[in-house]
Design a protein around this ligand. Structure first.
Ligand SMILES: [Fe+2]
Length: 235
């Protein structure tokens, strides 16, 4: 099979639970935005770019947490059925090595001055672009090869249970951070399903906090109004 055939062969969702959908959309959008921000940054301006590097490290922290979550649920579940995880394990190991390398590259930018700082910024941009390309290929593998295996061997209720275990393993701050990247990346119907589910299941003060910290600030006013209307939340 050619590479392009691999890329365009996307198994239909056909009503099954979209296990990776929201979080991978969020990571793709956040990484694209970060890549553009690093590309347009003026690394001669230390103040502006130090703030960007903080944001860069926070995003890598989420990406690293995501890898741990998948290892602890999906990979263990697949191995329990003697299904192969070699490729995705190897890709996760590569990601872990990349996170360490990026920390060193970001340090290099922070500690450099003048032309060396611009050079370090350029290296960070190119390295991150290559990582994003790798990660996009990896997420594609998960959504087109691993997900059909999950659908074959697990019910939607079992997949939802895996996701709930991931959510339960995170601190409120981590959950908020993932919500902040996922919500603006989702299609309106997906957003309605996820946020509507939260509205029905969470105590109201907790839900209000999620809206205030992780949903309203990351949507355009018209998108937030449409979502509020869709889920029956008074504006
Ligand atoms: Fe993964």
């Amino acid at each position: 099979m050619t590479h392009i055939e691999n890329m365009t062969r996307v198994p239909a969702l056909a009503g099954r639970y979209d296990f990776y959908g929201a979080v991978h959309k969020g990571l793709r959008r956040a990484q694209c935005n970060m890549l553009a921000a690093v590309g347009t940054a003026d690394f001669a301006d230390a103040q502006q770019t130090d703030a960007l590097l903080d944001e860069f490290r926070r995003l890598l922290g989420l990406a690293a947490a995501h890898v741990v979550h998948e290892d602890a649920t999906v990979h263990i579940a697949l191995r329990s059925l003697s299904l192969p995880t070699d490729l995705i394990d190897e890709q996760h190991d590569d990601h872990r090595a990349a996170f360490l390398a990026f920390d060193a590259l970001a340090d290099r930018v922070e500690n450099a001055e003048g032309p060396a700082r611009l050079e370090a910024g350029r290296a960070l941009y190119l390295a991150f672009a290559a990582y994003v390309a790798d990660d996009f290929a990896h997420m594609h593998e998960e959504e087109t090869v691993v997900m059909p295996l999950l659908w074959q061997h697990f019910t939607d209720a079992e997949l939802l249970d895996m996701e709930m275990r991931i959510i339960g393993s995170m601190s409120p701050e981590e959950n908020m951070a993932f919500t902040r990247i996922m919500v603006p990346a989702m299609a309106p119907a997906e957003r309605r399903a996820m946020v509507g589910g939260m509205f029905r299941s969470m105590p109201r003060p907790v839900f209000d906090a999620v809206i205030g910290f992780a949903i309203r600030p990351v949507l355009a006013p018209a998108e937030f109004a449409a979502l509020s209307n869709d889920i029956g939340l008074a504006a």
